[in-house]
Design a protein around this ligand. Structure first.
Ligand SMILES: [Zn+2]
Length: 698
């Protein structure tokens, strides 16, 4: 017989799986595409196994097949009585049956199909599993100077794949479309979202969608209008524009005094309790040549307290077997070097440094210049000692009393308090212009503008124009990019005067909440770092003063910390700890809503001036939109004192239509730009007063 089984086990399984055709099953449905009554072209190679549906000429053939153990997968009759069977057979066996009257109806499956279908199924499943899920975190548009912008943030679930590419496609009302790529934004090695700078569009987008290179897609969304809030326009006659130049600390001090004289019924000057170190440094001199062998001599007292102008020298006694000696006479420190029997100098740099410190501990310290250790001390000097400070004579060096303006009709703590403070960072020259303009407007318009009068009857305003006047003096006179204060906590060779522009404490990393000392990220223990956190929490006068003012006035419920630049509007949490990027506690839903809703109002007020729009992606918690800033003051005010505490980074990037690029403005832009920043951000602070008034009235 032509039909054979290829193994009894397989045959048994095939028989177990044998089913009976349902009465309604027809060859036509089983062999789609084959014309009724016409056999499809069923071709099976001689040795190939296949599963074939056959029309059998009679039941006798079926009985014979069954009796001989044929692999009959299914059998039955169609409604018209045709006898049909599905058989697993070789091409040779098929040919034999056809020769005996069987008719192939359908080639159901070749044996070789199985492995290919298995692999295909795995590929499809893998592709489906690899596709990411995308979600719009935000999609906003706005228009400035006739130019429309779109900004979107999209999150992918493929957070660990750095190569995911996300493309946003937009469409305007007239059907114009376009697309642009987003960039992956990571912070502390952790994926945040994909974002791009605001993109110029020809018109308002009515629809945006996003796709990813992994196959993820979003549903189309309608971008919202940002910020979607505009304050009432000031009445005609409203006075502004009180800033005509950059303001150094002496200018600010004078202006505070002038305002107090000019508006005695509306303003008090508050002297903050901790005087600063002052714009001062110890005096230093290199004794010797730093390039070969030298000792750094440093005065114990500040240069302005006497040591500026002292001289230091190292002399050869010119006689044999002399011991090293040091004397200080007529403001000259003289080191007579030791000699041997041949009158050669044998004092080393280390010995000279130790001798100076031991001989005059009240006047001098000394250390060996980097690279000079163990070298023979050269004959040198006299060299003048200097504190290296370049400010003209009118700039005082003494400890500075930081001042605040206290403004309002009722300066007794009975009204909602709002604190605005600026220039924690010395080089941010435009920031005091904002707070001074804000204060001036309140005072100047009180007599004539009902809205200003209403505000000053309902809120009490505290303004610290310059938190860090010492650093500011250094920035104006010595090193423009000075960020920190004037405290030098470096020790040893780090006190080399070549590091002078890197000394100081970052005031906005010196507070107590989420600090470096608590293990949070974004402050440095390196005294030369731009974010040096100091020797301890609140080690600095400047930070103590901000805390003292806020703590002494529990009516203060809102605060704005004004920085530059970049165009950010931020609030807590401002720090996180690693590993895990664990942020300070998130505000409650209610408070987050207040932060966000108030931010939109204030961003709207800022934009009213010259169309400066703070980007949605730069509006949010510090830790989300910028970085971690361990020990910053806004976190201090919020978590310790329950104050809604924001940060401005004024100085938004400007759109250059000629290059189609956003351009940064920097810390000390040409004055017209700084002036414009002072005007628009004073508008923002005024809106903050309205936010506070509305909050108080709830
Ligand atoms: Zn800053």
């Amino acid at each position: 017989m032509i039909i054979r089984r290829r193994g009894t086990a397989a045959a048994a399984i095939a028989l177990l799986c044998t089913t009976t055709f349902a009465a309604t099953a027809t060859p036509a449905t089983a062999a789609p595409g084959a014309p009724p009554g016409v056999s499809p072209d069923v071709t099976v190679a001689a040795g190939e196994l296949a599963l074939v549906r056959l029309q059998l000429p009679d039941t006798g053939m079926l009985d014979t097949l069954a009796a001989r153990g044929a692999d009959i997968a299914a059998q039955g009759r169609t409604p018209d009585g045709t006898l049909v069977a599905d058989l697993v057979l070789t091409g040779t066996e098929l040919g034999s049956l056809v020769a005996r009257g069987a008719k192939p109806l359908q080639l159901i499956q070749r044996e070789g199909d199985a492995a290919r279908r298995y692999a295909q199924s795995r590929q499809v499943a893998a592709k489906a599993a690899a596709a990411d899920t995308l979600k719009f975190l935000s999609a906003y548009w706005w228009a400035t100077d006739g130019q429309t912008f779109l900004e979107t943030r999209v999150a992918t679930t493929a957070v660990s794949d750095p190569n995911v590419e996300i493309t946003v496609t937009w469409q305007t009302a007239d059907g114009t479309t376009g697309s642009f790529p987003l960039q992956r934004f990571e912070d502390a090695g952790e994926y945040q979202y994909h974002v791009a700078e605001p993109q110029p569009l020809p018109a308002q987008p009515v629809r945006v969608s996003a796709t990813s290179s992994l196959g993820g897609t979003t549903r189309p969304v309608t971008p919202g209008a940002w910020p979607g809030a505009t304050p009432p326009a000031p009445p005609s006659g409203y006075q502004k524009d009180f800033i005509d130049a950059y303001q150094a600390p002496m200018d600010i001090r004078a202006r505070i005094a002038r305002l107090a004289r000019q508006y005695p019924d509306l303003v008090d000057v508050v002297d903050l309790p901790t005087r600063t170190q002052g714009y001062r440094r110890t005096a230093t001199a290199y004794l010797g040549d730093p390039a070969s062998a030298a000792v750094v001599v440093e005065s114990v007292r500040f240069g302005d307290q006497g040591p500026n102008g002292w001289q230091v020298r190292a002399v050869d006694p010119g006689r044999p077997n002399r011991p090293a000696q040091a004397s200080f006479r007529d403001r000259v420190l003289t080191v007579s070097l030791a000699t041997d029997a041949t009158s050669a100098v044998v004092s080393t740099t280390d010995q000279v440094a130790a001798l100076i410190g031991a001989r005059f501990p009240q006047r001098f310290t000394a250390f060996v210049e980097d690279g000079s250790a163990g070298k023979v001390m050269p004959v040198a000097g006299p060299t003048r000692m200097t504190d290296g400070l370049d400010a003209p004579a009118g700039v005082p060096h003494k400890p500075w009393t930081v001042q605040a303006l206290r403004i309002g009709e009722h300066r007794d703590g009975s009204r909602m308090g709002v604190l605005a403070y600026s220039q924690e960072h010395a080089r941010e020259w435009a920031t005091p212009l904002v707070t001074l303009e804000f204060a001036e407007r309140l005072l100047a318009n009180h007599a004539t503008d009902p809205e200003t009068r209403s505000l000053l009857s309902q809120v009490e305003v505290f303004v610290i124009p310059t938190v860090n006047p010492d650093g500011a003096n250094y920035s104006f006179n010595d090193a423009a990019f000075q960020r920190k204060n004037m405290s030098n906590h470096c020790t040893g060779a780090l006190r080399d005067p070549r590091n002078a522009d890197a000394w100081g404490v970052d005031v906005n990393r010196n507070y107590t909440v989420g600090s470096l000392f608590d293990g949070y990220v974004g402050g440095s223990a390196n005294c030369l770092s731009g974010t040096y956190s100091g020797t301890a929490e609140l080690s600095e006068a400047e930070s103590n003063n901000v805390v003292a003012l806020a703590a002494a006035h529990p009516n203060v419920k809102f605060a704005m910390n004004v920085h530059s630049y970049g165009g950010y509007f931020m609030w807590p949490p401002g720090a996180y700890a690693m590993p895990g990027r664990i942020t300070l506690p998130r505000p409650s839903i209610e408070e987050s809503t207040l932060f966000q809703a108030s931010a939109k109002r204030i961003v709207g007020a800022i934009s009213a001036g010259r169309g400066t729009v703070t980007w949605p992606a730069r509006t949010g918690p510090v830790a989300d939109v910028l970085y971690s800033a361990a020990g910053n003051s806004a976190d201090q005010l919020y978590y310790e004192l329950g104050i809604f505490a924001w940060d401005f980074e004024i100085g938004n990037d400007r759109w250059n239509p000629a290059t189609s690029q956003w351009e940064g403005v920097g810390f000390q832009p040409p004055f017209p730009e700084a002036h414009a920043e002072s005007q628009e951000y004073a508008d923002g602070l005024t809106e903050l007063l309205r936010v506070a008034r509305d909050y108080a009235g709830q």
